[in-house]
Design a protein around this ligand. Structure first.
Ligand SMILES: [Zn+2]
Length: 302
């Protein structure tokens, strides 16, 4: 089995997060001042891309951005430190600093084009910058919070409560029965854009229980033998997708039409033909950078 980090977009772990060293503000300041350090700018979460690659700039380039722009530490590769900076203070992506070098590119578009290492670094950058933007105040007392540890933590100045980057667990499950798998789409997607079913894990719930509940609620399908496969961090804005394959008791469907507007069982042969490049008007598999696609591929290869 290949290492999932090699095949799942956002899941590569190219940097050492330096979780001990980053708690020292002096160490961080030295890294930021180091001419070898690099910084990637993002405009509203979309990275600057130049000639098909992430446009990492010398860390000194941060002087071209607003003085108050959020800067986060992402990690080390060897002796070189990586940072990200929020360019969202500009009136538009075309006016943001260094836009003339390339283009601030929608992350979903970049996800299909960049190397696994670059996209993982950028995913972490977007995740952190977005979290800092939305957590300026303490959820406990409402006072202002301050960034710590290069962006890995926030601390309330009033009550001392610590806040950590939010991660929302999601169970995504490919239900299978008699050599067929269940694909479906919600109302947000155009006809034919089918995928595995997914839902957010609720309070005090395991992802396995969530998978069973979601399939029951949304498709009326009873699952057994729920088998964990692999996971994918999904920075839109902060989901951790946990992928499962599970056996459905039968093929009967009872759709919750608010959640699912189209669902169908597809044979392994149909799926294999689609994966091999067959074009169909009525079915589009999820894009390659999604965990849903990886689940379908894994099942089809069995
Ligand atoms: Zn507080």
């Amino acid at each position: 089995m290949p290492d999932p980090a090699e095949i799942i977009v956002f899941a590569a772990e190219p940097l050492d997060r330096a979780s001990g060293a980053r708690t020292d503000p002096e160490w961080l300041a030295t890294r930021l001042a180091d001419p070898a350090s690099l910084i990637i700018p993002l405009y509203r979460g979309d990275p600057l891309i130049r000639e098909g690659k992430a446009a990492f700039l010398a860390a000194d380039a941060r002087r071209e951005f607003d003085a108050g722009a959020t800067v986060v530490f992402l990690g080390l590769k060897g002796p070189r430190a990586y940072f990200a900076i929020d360019a969202s203070g500009a009136p538009g992506p075309g006016q943001a600093p260094f836009a003339d070098l390339g283009a601030y590119t929608p992350l979903r578009e970049a996800a299909g084009a960049l190397s696994g290492e670059d996209i993982a670094v950028i995913g972490a950058a977007r995740w952190l910058i977005d979290w800092h933007r939305r957590h300026a105040h303490c959820a406990h007392c409402g006072a202002k919070t301050e960034m710590k540890d290069g962006g890995a933590r926030r601390l309330c100045q009033q009550c001392g409560t610590e806040h950590f980057p939010r991660t929302d667990p999601v169970a995504i499950v490919l239900a299978v029965h008699d050599d067929a798998c269940l694909l479906a789409r919600g109302p947000r997607f155009p006809p034919g854009f089918l995928s595995a079913l997914a839902g957010f894990v609720e309070a005090c719930e395991t992802p396995e229980a969530c998978a069973v509940r979601e399939l029951k609620e949304e498709a009326g399908v009873a699952l057994t033998n729920v088998r964990y496969q692999f996971s994918q961090p999904w920075p839109f804005p902060s989901s951790l997708m946990m992928g499962f394959i599970a056996d459905a008791k039968d093929k009967e469907l009872k759709l919750d039409e608010k959640e699912i507007v189209e669902a169908r069982w597809m044979s392994r042969d149909e799926i294999r033909r689609l994966l091999a490049g067959e074009r169909r008007e009525d079915v589009r598999l999820p894009p390659r950078f999604t965990i849903a696609r990886r689940l379908i591929e894994r099942w089809a290869a069995d």
